[in-house]
Design a protein around this ligand. Sequence first.
Ligand SMILES: [Cu+2]
Length: 483
Amino acid sequence: MFRSSRASVALLACVLVPSLAAIGCGGERLRGEETAVLTAPPLVPPPITRTHPTKVIVNLEAHEQTARLADGVDYTFWTFGGTVPGSFIRVRQGDVVEFHLANHPSSKNPHNIDLHAVTGPGGGASASLVIPGQTATFTFTALNPGLYVYHCATSPVGMHIANGMSGLILVEPKEGLPKVDREYYVQQGEFYTRGDFGVAGHQPFDMRRAIDEDPAYVVFNGSAGALMGDKALTADVGETVRLYVGNGGPNLVSSFHVIGEIFDRVYTEGGTKQINENVQTTLIPAGGAAIVEFKVETTGNYILVDHSIFRAFNKGAIGMLAVGGAADSSVFSGRQYEGIYQPEGGAMQRMPTAAAPVVPTAKNRAEQIAMGERVFAQNCAACHQPNGSGLAGAFPPLAASDFLNADPKRAIGVVLHGLSGPVTVNGVQYNSLMPALSLNDEDIANVLTYVYSQWGNNGTRVTPDQVKAARAAGGQRVNMDAH
Ligand SMILES: [Cu+2]
């Protein structure tokens, strides 16, 4: 039951009958309350056995963390629930979903969530916008059944998705889905790194490559090899397998195919009515999904690929379903072709040979500005916006900022240590928190020199030596309460 304060929320109107029992949309009675079981890929929460709608509480956390993208290659992923793709969410048609999005205090960026299963403005995006260390709640009714993508929609949107912020939510139809033996969660996505595929070291996001739709990596489940070797999906002969396949993009369309299998059924584009049978390859749009089902009739390794095939063998879009049990020679005569894929697949496994990228240093103010622009795009633009305008009520402007122009030393301290407490910028007060960003002296000098050179600011040049001196002087987060 809902507290009366919620009655004004139009979204919930169809579940509220004043002073009587709550009735779900479609006339079903809303009963009880539960917390959703979320799973990390490739696992899927258990099927829903309820025959009535309920209130489902979903707790999801945005968390930025560095992890393996390929052998010898690390990447700072932005995640929902600590994995890429994000946690799998499973609800039933008619459920009222109370969604709690938290942003871990260690995050450097604000995040939100747009669930394609939501009927309502932005799919929940502005209702869920949270800065680091904040949590927000909104509620929606799962009106339409189907398999839906969710993703972060905080600006720059493409960058948040490209860093890993997407996943799947299944809204089971009222009658449920047919029983199968195995269910798995697979999602394709691209990564736009400075270095090409396999170049070792920690690889930063490359905005230019992303805009050019030129990914270095196209992978299933967040990293090259996430579904290979001992991490392959498994099944036994005679079982039915259902794959929930998403495509987070952000740019590419997937031609999803399993080598050596035919999809007995495809829920086209993740909908529930258009069921296609006997399909070899199904198109999964960026920001879309499909449910594929097939029975495994004989043993062997079945290879999941994006049939835009260079992506599979040269960019990582390859996974494996290992089927055990007794081979059925009437289905297939023997001599299996799994070996044929290994030599090329081996290109993915190649040992890192190239050295980690050398960080260049700026020689003059012009170079500082050019390099600072990149630091800004990666570390500041998400909050202060690409044009420095800020975001009313949340992030102060850097464009023509009297606060910034008054005191370069203080500005260095802000970027070094963060900022909290009330601060007045161009006559408007903000009282929020900017996290410390752990940038090096060179990056801080360059980004501030860039910011000072833009948008009507006073052109101050900040040198790495000044930052070094400020760092050596120590200090902590600039707290305006104390000023
Ligand atoms: Cu985000």
